[in-house]
Design a protein around this ligand. Structure first.
Ligand code: PLP
Length: 455
């Protein structure tokens, strides 16, 4: 008999976590400190004060295990949290696998991804500190729309530098940010020194997250009323996203199942960290033994092919140096459609747990990711974001391995967002117009040759 039922494991609103989980408290080895780009000395909280409010800086350096979620933030979360956990019965059926496949659906947020989980607290803490305007970068437009929405909720202005290739590919994301009241500029732009320098050298530049970050940091650093907000990479962003994993642990208990393998796509690492760090914490305490896998694009493979070393977070070299898996801050990733995964580095926290052997990483090509996304859409009725397709490809691979072995396997993955604004990429895929990009070995070697020297 065909099993068509949808199984959803819902938690009531009062089960939204009361605190975020900070894995830094449980790490067997501390992370390397961020360094001042000028002195190469470890950074102090005051060095970050021009860019962030002190409450977020304290979270950035915190070693407390639990950090309370403010009531105002939980009230906004309640619009879409706890997000649903589904058992993907029809996908299991389509794959004819003995595996159990579960996914956490972060696409149910109003902006369509996990990004509001951190946009809302970042806007809240900035509002509390008297910030008038937030500046930021966006790749695919997911982060920009999440922050634009959060700024609208808390009555602040929002200035977004959107990577040129996405600005052109995704006009509806741009429109959404503008509906929420944000001002959106294609990056590189002529508004900043960094942008002007890049345009002078490469007038047709596609842009990159590294360049857009430089532009957003530059205008925040030069205006006392403007602070900067980053949608991934930083410790406080990873922290805010742990609501995903904390909820998932409760929902998997409701389902009466324990994951053997947990997957999420990784660009800067935030949705991955959000789902998996609470599980890494459990693994460290011996309460679970799940394999934890980050899935990244083969065209921009920081975790699988990058070096674990100090590098700048941006192309213009305005940010602190952080120790992370990097392809080099001047690396210009190919124009794949998963814009949210086109970043040269990886969150220092995710890089650190990878270096400690607490997680694994794998890379998939664009065409395989889209094929997986379409198979998922036909089974589950949700069109995934191109970024999320990478996690789905990883989950399907695991399900087919289980089938080959003839053994059950419980798979949990994060559906980081829906793809309703990404239909052009699906049109192009279905028309055979997308291509795989080989590992850009030469460009990466060049970018890595330019790594800063830190003794
Ligand atoms: C931004 C984004 C990503 C990549 O960012 P991470 O910080 O690695 O999570 C993945 N999926 C979606 C839907 C996004 O919007």
């Amino acid at each position: 008999m065909l099993r068509m039922e949808t199984i959803q494991y819902n938690l009531p609103q009062n089960r939204i976590p009361l605190a975020w989980y900070n894995i830094v408290a449980d790490l067997p080895k501390p992370m390397a400190p961020p360094l001042h780009p000028g002195t190469l000395k470890p950074l102090g909280p005051d060095d970050l004060a021009p860019l962030f409010p002190m409450s977020l800086i304290m979270q950035e350096v915190s070693t407390e295990r639990e950090i309370e979620i403010p009531g105002e933030v939980r009230q906004v979360y309640a619009q879409w949290r706890p997000s649903p956990l589904f058992r993907a019965r029809r996908l299991e059926q389509a794959l004819d696998t003995p595996a159990h496949i579960y996914y956490k659906n972060e696409g149910v947020s109003p902006a369509g991804s996990h990004k509001p989980n951190t946009a809302v607290p970042q806007a809240f803490y900035n509002k509390q500190a008297g910030t008038k305007r937030l500046s930021t970068e966006t790749g695919a437009g997911q982060w920009g729309s999440a922050l634009a929405m959060a700024c609208a909720f808390f009555g602040m202005e929002c200035k977004v530098y959107m990577v040129r290739v996405s600005y052109d590919q995704k006009p509806y994301r741009r429109a959404l940010m503008e509906v929420f009241g944000a001002s959106v500029t294609a990056s590189p732009s002529s508004e900043t020194q960094t942008g002007r320098a890049i345009l002078a050298a490469h007038p047709d530049s596609n842009g990159s997250l590294g360049i857009a970050i430089s532009e957003a940091v530059e205008i925040a650093a030069s205006d006392p009323h403007t602070k900067y907000a980053l949608g991934s990479v930083l410790n406080h962003v990873m922290l805010h996203q742990t609501v995903i994993g904390l909820e998932a642990i409760e929902q998997m208990a409701l389902a009466g199942d324990e994951p053997d393998v947990i997957l999420a796509c990784a660009g800067g690492g935030s949705n991955f960290a959000g789902l998996t760090m609470p599980y890494v914490g459990r693994n460290l305490k011996g309460q679970s033994h799940a394999r934890i896998v980050a899935v990244e694009p083969a065209a921009c493979p920081s975790l699988t092919k990058g070096q674990f070393t100090y590098d700048f977070g941006d192309t213009g070299h305005l940010t602190p140096l952080v120790k992370m898996h990097t392809l080099g801050s001047t690396f210009m990733p190919p124009g794949i459609h998963a814009g949210g995964l086109r970043y040269h580095g990886m969150a220092p926290l995710v890089s650190h747990v990878k270096d400690l052997g607490l997680i694994e990483a794998t890379a998939v090509h664009q065409l395989d990711a889209f094929a997986a996304g379409i198979q998922f859409a036909r089974a589950e009725g949700i069109v995934p974001a191109p970024e999320s397709n990478h996690a789905i490809a990883g989950a399907i691979y695991e399900a087919l391995e289980a089938k080959r072995e003839g053994k059950p396997r419980t798979i949990l993955f994060n559906l980081s967002g829906h793809g309703n604004f990404d239909m052009q990429s699906y049109i192009d895929f279905q028309a055979g117009k997308l291509q795989n990009y080989e590992y850009p070995a030469e460009e990466i070697a060049m970018a890595l040759a330019g790594l800063p020297t830190v003794l």
